[in-house]
Design a protein around this ligand. Structure first.
Ligand SMILES: Nc1nc2c(ncn2[C@@H]2O[C@H](COP(=O)(O)OP(=O)(O)OP(=O)(O)O)[C@@H](O)[C@H]2O)c(=O)[nH]1
Ligand SMILES: [Mg+2]
Length: 466
């Protein structure tokens, strides 16, 4: 049997903080640690310590003391990687960390590749592939909602259910293959009614998971909110007001913002990605024209669009300026018409009711003052409300990962083909082809079917040390 060589890495962010943790994992980990860790009595060594214990010890390079540290000892298979593991918590100096790594390498370990600890955990059956990906998401999570989704995925999320249904489908394919072997005798081992029920269950689960990706995807990367409107409407002022900082330049000169400006903000645990765009107007400036094209593109990509309107503008001007949006697809977009600068007009409500009647675009309405912050909290409520409305009602399991989404989608297509084939009474061997295909994609999600390419892709995105 191939025994993977011991690996070591700094498992805390390099250079950060008063302490750092260096992890050493592999069959030989305890013996390597013996050469680098010294206890007050010679009889005591790392390798003769019980599992799950922690010790105060010296880290040495030959006779030279490098640091005093806490040393935790884990025995296979009860560790993160499933291998023997030693974790050295030392002082945070970059020099000390490098020196300890150097000593471990000198004594037989090698530097871990990105994600290699988690890859080993996966290969040793400590977690499945989608759980491993949950670990990466957990490290990257920047908001409460993203964190919650990552935790659910790491704990097993939907992968247990998928594995379970896949097992049942495997049972059927073996019966169906038996039928193919006995095809001359015209026997039916696989109960078609039961197979149909199972397929129906899988189809519904897959459909639900695929639908949840809409929400999962935006929660992970932040919900894109484009702020659009004519020059000087106050878009940059609104961006600054929302972010609570002077991110974009504000001026009374039309065409101040010539390219888009983007920043994220967390509202009630949900990340929003605000995009301030170049004001829309006819211009002969080629750079501004490029900026306007980009604004339109940002509008197309956003999930939420705030169309900012200057309350001081005439109704016919406003309606004319909104024409540009009419031809761009609006499906699944939440559009908010925000009437800005209500501090400097007498009655903005009348403008809203006129607009509601005359605009051919569906959307929500709000009046506010970007400059003075009036009604900003109402706008924020609308944004959060939209995000929560996208959350699937029927379960808290949400697909956040593009790889899973694609595999689920392909598995779903194959399952639908199997169901149709059953309905049409298609021959058994053709049925088997589609069942095998769906098994393949279901297996890809949890890692029962993997290629080096898939594994390489996933784990190379981890940081070193995890
Ligand atoms: N009175 C008042 N003035 C505002 C308000 N919001 C913005 N302004 C002013 O309107 C002018 C234009 O504001 P910007 O935020 O630069 O407008 P913009 O939409 O980003 O403009 P461009 O980048 O040129 O497209 C500035 O002088 C702001 O101070 C508001 O709520 N009330
Ligand atoms: Mg601007």
């Amino acid at each position: 049997m191939h025994i993977p060589e011991p690996i070591c890495a700094i498992s805390t962010a390099p250079g950060a903080g008063a302490v750092a943790m260096i992890r050493l994992s592999g069959e030989e980990a305890l013996q390597i640690a013996d050469r680098v860790i010294s206890f007050p009595t010679r009889i005591k060594t790392v390798s003769n310590q019980p599992a799950n214990t922690i010790h105060f010890a010296k880290v040495i390079d030959g006779d030279t003391l490098i640091d005093e540290a806490m040393v935790a000892v884990f025995h296979a298979p009860h560790s993160y990687t499933g291998e023997n593991t030693v974790e050295i918590t030392c002082h945070g100096s970059v020099y000390i960390q490098q020196k300890i790594l150097e000593c471990l390498i000198k004594n037989g370990a090698r530097l871990a590749k990105p994600g290699e600890f988690t890859q080993r955990a996966f290969l040793n059956g400590k977690l499945d592939l989608s759980q491993a990906e949950g670990v990466a998401d957990l490290i990257a999570s920047g908001s409460e909602a993203a964190h919650r989704l990552a935790i659910t995925q790491m704990k097993g999320g939907f992968s247990k259910e998928i594995s379970n249904l896949r097992e049942k489908l495997l049972h059927f394919i073996s019966l169906i293959e038996l039928e193919i072997d006995f095809s001359e005798e015209d026997v039916e081992f696989a109960d078609r009614e039961k197979l149909y029920q199972l397929l129906d269950k899988i189809e519904r689960l897959l459909r639900k998971l695929i639908r949840s990706f809409d929400y999962g995807n935006v929660i992970k990367s932040g919900i894109p909110v484009a702020i659009v409107g004519r020059t000087n409407a106050g878009k940059s002022t609104l961006l600054n007001q929302l972010l609570g900082e002077e991110k974009a330049i504000v001026s009374e000169i039309e065409g101040t913002t010539r390219d888009f400006i983007e920043d994220t903000m967390v509202l009630q645990g949900i990340t929003f990605r605000f995009i301030d765009t170049a004001g829309l107007r006819k211009t002969s400036d080629s750079i501004e024209t490029l900026g306007i094209e980009r604004s339109v593109k940002k509008y197309s990509e956003a999930a939420i669009v705030i169309i900012l309107i200057d309350a001081k503008d005439r109704l016919d001007e406003i309606i004319k300026s909104l024409e540009i949006f009419k031809d761009i697809p609006k499906e699944n977009k939440y559009i908010i018409f925000a009437i800005n600068k209500i501090d400097s007009v007498i009655n903005s409500e009348m403008l809203i009711s006129d607009l509601k009647q005359k605009i051919g675009l569906k959307g929500d309405y709000i009046s506010l003052s970007a400059k003075f912050g009036t009604h900003i909290e109402l706008l924020e409520e609308k944004l959060v409300g939209f995000a929560l409305s996208k959350k699937p009602h029927d379960s808290d399991i949400v697909v956040t990962n593009v790889r899973h989404f694609e595999a689920l989608d392909k598995a779903h297509q194959a399952i639908v083909r199997v169901i149709n084939s059953l309905d049409d009474g298609i021959t058994t061997d053709l049925l088997a082809v589609d069942i095998r295909e769906s098994l393949h994609y279901l297996g890809e999600i949890v890692g029962e079917v993997t290629t080096n390419e898939i594994l390489g892709n996933i784990f190379s995105k981890f940081c070193i040390g995890k």
